[in-house]
Design a protein around this ligand. Structure first.
Ligand SMILES: [Zn+2]
Ligand SMILES: [Zn+2]
Length: 921
């Protein structure tokens, strides 16, 4: 719409019974304009006039209501009379004059129509009143257009009830209204006189009053030059720091000017801390530092500076078009920069997605006899449309297209000429700006950021930053040259590297998305009778500690993004040093091996520490001829859980990067022998490989694993829980199955409070068995009972344990699983069993003389069974994990770090470990 000063002022403002009449105290001070919102429609008569109002939403008949122009004194006088009493008294001598950041209520004006000729009658209270009652930017513009700009400028900074008019403009949360005020000289650094609260602080805190995000208004104020210094730096430097609930401490605010401290009382401090969220903090800090734009700032904050520099080059006429290369990872501002470039030049850039353009004909279109030649392609038509004029073409993901397309671009790049495929007309495209965007050089940029991140992101040495950026541009140019064919590279006018965002900047971007989400979630609920769709809405989203949420959010995203492209050449692993009891496993740097056919590479997140790992590191089973094999490279561990970072040949259908995977004791089986194919005995495959025994295990960051035999970790099971289930969990679970104890029957679990035992109590219970737990001390008793044991026998205080079991069960238990790796454990087991009972051997004593069984007389007369059990099959592991996914079994974890492996081995030896030790890798 086009408003002109000479439009007939036949526009009006619908009369409401309430207009000007609000005096009751509850609605006196309000910022919830929505409840008072009315339709304002100020359309010029020339474009057909319609009146909309709640009473008359869509008048079928054109109707004109003529409202008397208000006398200049009438309404405003009334308003200020009403308000004066409620305005805080600026003369009160208190040290701190607080303000609750809520604007006074201004009555709605009866009309927005000025006096005849528009020469008189401008009244700031009129427009402020209309704003508070829902007038939009068109109403404001139209009203302003009635008057001489000088008259508006004279009054734009007037106060209404002690509050500058621009506060009311900011309170609309509509940045176009705010910009209209600023255009007429509205003071962006205005203060609320009685309290001295600056506009920027009001704009931030106001979000709480209207329960809407106001960061756009804050950003507008800052971009128009509002000083961030009006708010103490402690609130937003560094921007990625979450604030305490009560805001910065007195200590942090000790250098703040007394004039600021005057309004920044306890309540204001807390309110500001609640509302100055990550996006606001980022904008404030950025505004504070704009005087010295860093290499980073030009990219995300001040692209105009670089662009205007570039544009000044354009002033020199040339036959050759400008060809720019924007190099950098997706999502780091390339498209944004192209959009800004277009915005500055008032042009809509044409974006060509090069991933779908492989042939020259697809880019430019077929020539005449071809079908569809007459229609032309978007690029062809874009160039034709801007014949001889400035235009922008953005070639996104340039590396994805073919060299045929590269070649085809040479002509327009070179000569600034092009032939319209539709009709053969010659097109002048010498003024076209070509932007080539590419991710092909991401590795170079990533490496650069890794190496120089500290200097680029946080450093103050501008000279050094500039030098680094120059070196990077040069390196990228070389990279571009080797990646793309020479003819194309020869036409490039300039290279622009787009660096990765720092973690803090990533967080700020994530926060912006969260706010956007909040806005969407808050959209009103739509009920639709004939649709299955259901809409959520009217929800208030509170994001406290926004930086930490956004940071972890982006870190996980960033990790995923970087892992797909870069796997380091070296990593840390706990490698065995020395031998026997004194052996240790300190962290060492070892190479990372990429997966071969049939393999995947798993980035281990957590690894459990099993007693077998301790035994292998200390070579405890040498007596049985069982020692860590050379191919293990001294790296133990077989309870790993993490994420797939690379997939070897032939495993693409089974795994993709980002899948969660568990690495277990059996690393792989042959898949063809009798044991592998009988469906139950693959654990006895003679050519199996074992993690941390025959091949390197999970005590390393990047573990090679078999694609076929690695376990997929289900939803609902975390990595730190999944790790210990890979061996400890599945061993306990399989042993429970091996016991043959049925639901309602008795099972005895010696060592029930230990790493394996505490799993077994839970599985046995979940499988319906009645559990008698044996361990020492009241703490273990509490644990076992909590996990579901029906009886607890303390071996420290019970003389005859088998007798106690018989007392509980009448004839003895149906099963017993021997977890303790001790002679006593194996000797006492048969005595606890009833006739037909079964004992399961799981614990592996160092002492070679220990035998699992019973004296033959007892064995025969009681018809006992003794069986062994070792880990479980791939299927058993899946079943064991499923108990956890269903919330039935949870390992008790002692969490540590891989670097402290030796410490946890010692704890295990001393029996001090609670539950299962799991180490962060
Ligand atoms: Zn184990
Ligand atoms: Zn096999």
């Amino acid at each position: 719409m086009d408003y002109r000063m000479d439009d007939t002022p036949a526009h009006l403002y619908p009369v409401s019974p309430n207009a000007g009449g609000h005096t009751n105290s509850s609605s006196r001070r309000t910022s919830r304009a929505s409840s008072l919102r009315r339709e304002f429609d100020v359309a010029p008569s020339s474009s057909g006039q319609q009146i909309k109002s709640p009473e008359n939403p869509d008048p079928p008949v054109r109707k004109v209501i003529v409202v008397e122009p208000p006398s200049p004194q009438q309404l405003p006088a009334q308003a200020s009379e009403n308000l004066e009493s409620s305005a805080p008294d600026p003369e009160s001598g208190q040290e701190q004059v607080g303000w609750d950041f809520v604007l006074p209520f201004i009555p709605a004006p009866a009309s927005l129509t000025p006096g005849p000729g528009g020469a008189s009658g401008f009244n700031i209270t009129t427009i402020v009143g209309a704003l508070q009652h829902g007038a939009d930017e068109q109403v404001v513009q139209t009203y302003f257009n009635y008057f001489n700009p000088m008259i508006i400028e004279q009054h734009i900074n007037d106060s209404i009830a002690g509050v500058p008019a621009i506060f009311f403009a900011a309170a609309t949360n509509n940045d176009r209204i705010l910009r209209a005020f600023i255009a007429f000289g509205g003071d962006i650094n205005a203060v609320h006189e009685p309290s001295q609260v600056p506009l920027i602080a009001f704009a931030i805190a106001h979000s709480e009053t209207i329960e809407k995000d106001t960061s756009d208004i804050v950003a507008t104020l800052l971009s128009m030059g509002a000083t961030p210094r009006a708010i103490p730096e402690a609130f937003y430097v560094p921007y990625f720091r979450d604030l305490a609930e009560e805001g910065p401490s007195d200590e942090e605010l000790k250098d703040v000017a007394t004039s600021t401290m005057r309004w920044l009382n306890k309540e204001a401090r807390a309110k500001l801390a609640r509302t100055v969220h990550l996006t606001n903090r980022y904008n404030l800090e950025r505004a504070l530092k704009t005087k010295r734009p860093s290499a980073r700032h030009w990219q995300i904050a001040q692209p105009q500076q670089v662009l205007s520099e570039l544009l000044s080059n354009l002033a020199v006429p040339s036959k050759r078009p400008l060809v720019l290369v924007f190099a950098g990872p997706s999502g780091h501002g390339k498209t944004e920069m192209a959009r800004r470039l277009g915005y500055l030049m008032n042009l809509q850039p044409l974006v060509v997605d090069c991933t779908i353009v492989k042939r020259e004909i697809e880019l430019f279109g077929g020539r005449d006899p071809y079908i569809n030649a007459a229609r032309g392609t978007p690029l062809n038509n874009h160039l034709a449309k801007y014949h001889g004029e400035r235009s922008i073409v953005f070639l996104d993901e340039f590396e994805k297209t073919s060299s045929e397309v590269h070649q085809a671009l040479l002509l327009p790049f070179d000569n600034g000429e092009y032939q319209d495929r539709r009709n053969g007309d010659k097109i002048d495209c010498s003024k076209t700006i070509w932007v080539i965007a590419t991710n092909a050089l991401d590795d170079k940029i990533r490496n650069f950021c890794q190496e120089h991140g500290a200097t680029i992101w946080n450093g103050d040495d501008e000279v050094k930053q500039a030098r680094l950026m120059k070196a990077l541009s040069k390196e990228l140019k070389e990279g571009f040259l080797s990646h793309f064919s020479a003819p194309v590279t020869g036409r490039i006018s300039a290279f622009m590297p787009f660096l990765l965002f720092s973690p803090g900047e990533q967080a700020a971007i994530a926060h912006k998305y969260l706010l956007e989400l909040g806005r969407k979630v808050r959209d009103p609920v739509k009920l639709s009778a004939d649709s299955e769709e259901r809409f959520v809405g009217n929800v208030r989203l509170h994001i406290h500690r926004d930086a930490s949420i956004s940071t972890s959010f982006t870190e996980s995203e960033l990790k995923m993004a970087t892992q797909t492209v870069s796997i380091p050449k070296e990593q840390l692993a706990a490698v065995r040093v020395g031998g026997g009891d004194s052996a240790t496993a300190p962290l060492k740097t070892v190479p990372v091996t990429l997966p071969g056919p049939g393999e995947i590479l798993v980035k281990i997140n957590w690894t459990g520490l099993c007693a077998s790992d301790k035994s292998l590191i200390h070579d405890e089973w040498a007596g049985f001829g069982v020692s860590m094999q050379p191919d293990a490279n001294g790296i133990a561990g077989h309870e790993g859980a993490g994420t797939v970072v690379a997939v070897g040949e032939g495993e693409e259908d089974r795994w993709k990067v980002g899948d969660r995977a568990g690495v277990k004791w059996i690393a792989s089986t042959c898949g063809t022998c009798e044991f592998c194919t009988n469906g139950v005995d693959e654990c006895h495959c003679p050519t199996q490989k074992n993690s941390g025994f025959t091949i390197a295990g999970t005590f390393q960051q990047y573990c090679l694993a078999s694609g076929r035999y690695t376990t997929r970790i289900p939803e609902g099971v975390t990595d730190e829980e999944a790790g210990p289930i890979m061996c400890g969990g599945v061993t306990a679970y399989t042993a429970c199955k091996r016991s043959n104890v049925r639901p309602g029957q008795w099972i005895v679990l010696p060592g029930a409070g230990g790493g394996l035992g505490h799993f077994a109590v839970q599985y046995a219970r979940a499988m319906g068995m009645r559990v008698i737990a044996i361990d020492g001390g009241p703490e273990k008793e509490a644990l076992c009972k909590q996990l579901g044991a029906e009886f607890y026998i303390d071996f420290k205080t019970t003389k005859d344990i088998p007798a106690e079991v018989v007392k509980i069960t009448t004839y003895g238990a149906h099963g017993v699983i021997v977890f303790p790796a001790t002679k006593e454990g194996y000797e006492s087991a048969p005595h606890m069993l009833r006739p037909g009972g079964r004992a399961v051997a799981v614990g592996l004593p160092k002492d070679t003389s220990v035998v699992a069984g019973a004296p033959p007389l007892m064995m025969a007369l009681k018809k006992l069974e003794f069986v062994g059990s070792v880990v479980g099959t791939l299927k058993d592991v899946e079943e064991a994990l499923d108990f956890t996914a269903r919330g039935l079994v949870h390992p008790i974890l002692t969490k540590g770090e891989l670097k402290d492996l030796d410490h946890y081995c010692q704890q295990m030896i001393q029996g001090k470990l609670v539950g299962r030790a799991v180490l962060k890798v």
